[in-house]
Design a protein around this ligand. Structure first.
Ligand code: C2E
Ligand code: MG
Ligand code: MG
Ligand code: MG
Length: 289
């Protein structure tokens, strides 16, 4: 293929395959945006009380000319190490808010979740980057949910706390993503200016099978209720998981059972078909709880 400006020109057969691939990705990532290889998919977030889509999460994809569609778990770390994650995030912020501003409305306006890399957070440009995107696209700050994952050290860093406060002042909501997966603790829910907590999908996998996991989820849901924090269960794959969540009073869910991440036209069709409500087959499953 035509070697782009960032392509790897030298192939060293001694490099390990994985490392070789990372180096290749790193070189190709530089021009990926300009070549139109980056895209977004959209996963609905459903209110279990309203039985309605109340939000969407934008998830980045890279359609690599040789490797095909790449998942963020592979190329975000590459971008982070190469100092390219800020550029990538600015693209995601702009594209996601631009598209979300034009989504059909059935009922309350949808919230938009965007994932922010801890490395981008640490770089100190997040507040400016978010406000630039909102100003350029006209998307209302109140409908944006910035999703962050992170270690205790990061989340308790004073500079980052100041950024969280600044985002909040703009009206932006904050979500603690993958809650329970890493070193996130219940104390974070009380100490950070968090509006949403997303229960990691590793919990969901066991929530209908293990009493310990159920107890943990129930305590997060309870604390969320007391503190006015929305709890979103991630990775809901089976009706039985959904039933348990509804029984525990979990407010929101996201997962393959409700919808896979969708292309933008498929998301629009889904919202229009259900008029914002869950589409018929899914409503049945939710009601089954
Ligand atoms: P996340 O923010 O926790 O996003 C949810 C991930 O779980 C998505 O994977 C989604 O496709 C997947 N998922 C949703 N429902 C189910 C389910 O029922 N079962 C299973 N097994 N998986 C489910 P994806 O799109 O591969 O993204 C992975 C991670 O990459 C995201 O996790 C997020 O941390 C990161 N990411 C995605 N987009 C961006 C971005 O624009 N910027 C940054 N910094 N990170 C991103
Ligand atoms: Mg994935
Ligand atoms: Mg997320
Ligand atoms: Mg997550």
């Amino acid at each position: 293929r035509q070697a782009g400006p960032g392509s790897v020109r030298r192939y060293d057969p001694l490099l390990g395959e994985a490392r070789d691939r990372r180096e290749r990705l790193r070189a190709d990532l530089v021009g990926a945006r300009a070549r139109g290889e980056l895209g977004l998919v959209w996963q609905p977030i459903v209110s279990l009380t309203e039985q309605q889509v109340t939000g969407v999460e934008a998830l980045v994809r890279w359609d690599h000319p040789v490797f095909g569609e790449l998942e963020p778990e592979e190329f975000i770390p590459v971008a982070e190490r190469a100092g390219l994650v800020g550029d990538l995030q600015r693209w995601v912020l702009h594209e996601a808010t631009l598209a979300a501003a034009a989504l059909p409305e059935h009922g309350a306006p949808l919230r938009l979740g965007i994932n922010i890399s801890p490395v981008h957070l640490a770089s100190g440009t997040v507040v400016g980057d978010v406000s630039t995107a909102l100003r350029a696209t006209g998307f209302p700050a109140e409908r944006l949910v910035v999703e962050v994952t992170g270690s205790t050290a990061l989340l308790e860093d004073p500079a980052i706390s100041a950024d969280f406060a600044a985002l909040r002042l703009m009206g932006v909501h904050l979500a603690l993503d993958d809650f329970g997966a890493e070193s996130s603790t219940l104390a974070h829910l009380t100490r950070l200016p968090i509006d949403v907590v997303k229960l990691d999908r590793s919990f969901l996998a066991r929530v209908d099978k293990e009493v310990q996991t159920r107890a943990l989820c129930a305590s997060v849901i309870g604390i969320g209720g007391d503190l006015g924090i929305d709890v979103v269960a991630e990775g809901v794959e089976t009706p039985s998981q959904l039933t348990v969540l509804r029984t525990m009073g979990c407010g929101f869910a996201q997962g393959f059972l409700l919808s896979r991440p969708l292309t933008l036209p498929a998301l629009v069709a889904c919202l229009d078909a259900g008029r914002g409500h869950l589409w018929p087959g899914q409503v049945g499953r939710v009601d089954a709880g």
